[in-house]
Design a protein around this ligand. Structure first.
Ligand code: NAD
Ligand code: LMR
Length: 329
């Protein structure tokens, strides 16, 4: 058997993890031949509930799960871990934007960044899910001085998946026929689902759908407001689909991206190749070599309508950075 990959997850007693933990233990993240060990962090107040989750994990007798560490000590949770999935933080409620959580959740990510830097394995990779995930990722990255910036990503895979399904429904095709579904910018209502570069059965979606009004209005609105629609319907934010997107995100980084395709990842901008402000955690069309590394894919061209929207989502991220600048050490 291969050496186990050790994964830390935060917020273990929360609703996303009630789905995610079982998928990790089942081998969905790293495949059917890769043993996995899980370190679970919770707040002291939720340790009793976490005990129950751990009992259920044990009761599944997952063949690939080698051991579980359940703790409220962040330094224990991040000790020697290869991956950190940062979920633990407050979700928004009805009528809120994700950015409204910034001053409440942001401080969690200063200690997260420091503890990862101090304890994690040298190959550690970090995925930030807790909202607002782009700016929380920025905070963690800036507080983890010994970890290269390119190890940090945040999640727009849920948006990519939502956009893919909406186009598949509209075009009456399978989701497998939709490729290159890029999301630009912030995981927020200003995000930009890119209808200019996505293809349906190998053809530009614009030529297949032939309805710019739908693409510029209904499509973008449905995708960018889907999180709020789920909160309205369920009374709680997305959980199983979020866990599914986290699994897809990690798999996209541990599997080479198929030739000619892209994945959406929020990564640290260095200003190239699209002129996005340096340092922001921004969602781009990316590719991975399957070893955890990513590159932004150059050459995506968008129309003036999307250009304006990309500027607006960049502006929102610049404003979020201003609000938490005291947390960037
Ligand atoms: P939840 O309230 O059900 O669970 C969060 C858990 O985190 C709780 O058990 C809580 O005790 C724990 N927690 C809080 N602060 C912590 C800390 N400092 N350290 C460790 N644990 C901590 O919430 P949820 O529905 O699981 O959502 C979690 C986060 O994920 C929210 O911020 C939500 O908005 C976000 N989210 C993001 C996406 C995305 O696509 N990026 C999708 C869905 C949800
Ligand atoms: C989502 O997109 O479902 C999550 O970010 C949760 C939310 O607050 O919408």
């Amino acid at each position: 058997m291969a050496k186990p990959i050790r994964v830390a997850i935060t917020g273990g007693a929360g609703q996303i993890n009630y789905s995610l933990l079982f998928r990790i233990a089942n081998g969905d993240l790293f495949g059917p031949n890769q043993p996995v060990a899980i370190n679970i962090l919770e707040l002291p107040v939720a340790m009793k509930a976490l005990e129950g989750v751990v009992m259920e994990l044990e009761d599944c007798a997952f063949p690939l799960l080698t051991d579980i560490v359940a703790t409220d000590d962040i330094n224990v949770a991040f000790k020697d871990v290869n991956w950190v999935l940062c979920v633990g933080s407050k979700p928004r409620g009805p009528g809120m934007e994700r950015g409204d959580l910034i001053r409440e959740n942001g401080p969690i990510f200063t200690s997260t960044g420091k503890a990862i830097s101090k304890n994690a394995a040298s190959d550690v990779r970090i995925v930030v899910v807790g909202n607002p995930c782009n700016t929380n990722c920025l905070i963690a990255m800036n507080n983890a001085k010994d970890i290269p910036n390119d190890r940090f990503t945040a999640l727009t895979r849920l948006d990519q998946n939502r956009a893919t399904t909406q186009l598949a429904i509209k075009a009456k095709v399978s989701v497998n026929d939709i490729k290159n579904m890029a999301i630009w910018g912030n995981h927020s209502a200003t995000q930009v689902p890119d209808y200019c570069n996505v293809t349906i059965k190998g053809k530009p979606a614009i030529d297949v759908i032939k309805d710019m009004d739908y693409l510029q209005k209904d499509f973008i609105n449905t995708v960018s407001k889907r999180g709020a629609a789920i909160i309205d319907a369920r009374g709680k934010s997305s959980a199983a689909s979020a866990a599914g997107a986290i699994v897809d995100h990690v798999k996209s980084l541990t599997t080479p991206t198929p030739k000619g395709e892209v994945i959406s990842l929020c990564v640290s901008s260095n200003g190239n190749p699209y002129g996005i402000a340096e340092g922001l955690i921004f969602s781009f069309p990316c590719r991975s070599n399957g070893k955890g590394d990513w590159q932004i894919v150059p050459g995506f061209k968008v129309d003036d309508f999307l250009k304006g929207k990309i500027k607006a989502t960049e502006k929102e991220l610049l404003e979020e950075r201003e609000v938490i600048k005291d947390l960037l050490s």
